[in-house]
Write a protein of this length. Structure first.
Length: 204
């Protein structure tokens, strides 16, 4: 089978993707530093007060929610005590029960209602801002006194303006948005670690 794409075209595509990813991140660095600092302050304050950081999303964004929370309970760069992070929807039994009996839009909301308490934080990932189960989870979280953070893309969708803090990645491509979301939560975890564990070790 002959190649349908030339080596030159492959090179041009790779070059474009890398430059476009860098452009999006540069725009975030220029416009979103204050919001990034606000997010870090909310998360750090919650951890200091013994609260839990929840996260949720669908598909690749679910993987981002898992990635974020495992770096809280596990580690990022420093050896320090585990921090309270929980990915909603990670329990397949719970998801299948709620999805079957109540509907897929409730899979995150009911877990927020079960486990969330005032002072906790919910971080929602949605490249479109229109994921109904994430939107519903944010409403449930606000009703229970949780702080809400949205990591979005495109025009922010229906979630734009509904959370305490939001960062909208300036791209219409899910791949570029998810790459930037990873940079955002890696930066968040590093700020948490540098603030709570400046010398490494345990935070009392």
């Amino acid at each position: 089978m002959e190649n349908v794409i030339t080596e030159k075209e492959i090179d041009e595509k790779i070059h474009h993707w890398f430059l476009e990813s860098a452009r999006v991140k540069e725009e975030l660095a220029r416009t979103q530093r204050k919001n990034m600092a606000k997010i870090a302050a909310i998360v750090i304050d919650a951890i200091r007060n013994g609260n839990t950081i929840f996260a949720c999303g669908n598909g690749g964004s679910m993987c981002d929610a898992l990635h974020l929370t495992e770096e809280l309970t596990g580690r990022y760069k420093k050896n320090r005590k585990p921090l309270p992070g929980l990915c909603l929807g990670a329990n397949q039994g719970s998801v299948s029960c709620i999805g079957n009996d109540f509907g897929y839009d409730d899979i995150f909301c009911r877990e927020v209602q079960a486990f969330g308490k005032k002072g906790d934080v919910l971080i929602g990932f949605s490249t479109s801002g229109n994921s109904l189960n994430v939107i519903k989870a944010m409403g449930c979280a606000k009703a229970q006194g949780l702080k809400t953070i949205a990591l979005l893309g495109k025009d922010g969708g229906k979630m734009k303006g509904m959370c305490d803090v939001e960062i909208i990645v300036p791209s219409n491509e899910s791949s570029r948005i998810q790459e930037s979301h990873m940079l955002i939560y890696h930066s968040l975890i590093e700020l948490v670690d540098d603030t709570l564990f400046p010398e490494g070790g345990k935070h009392e």
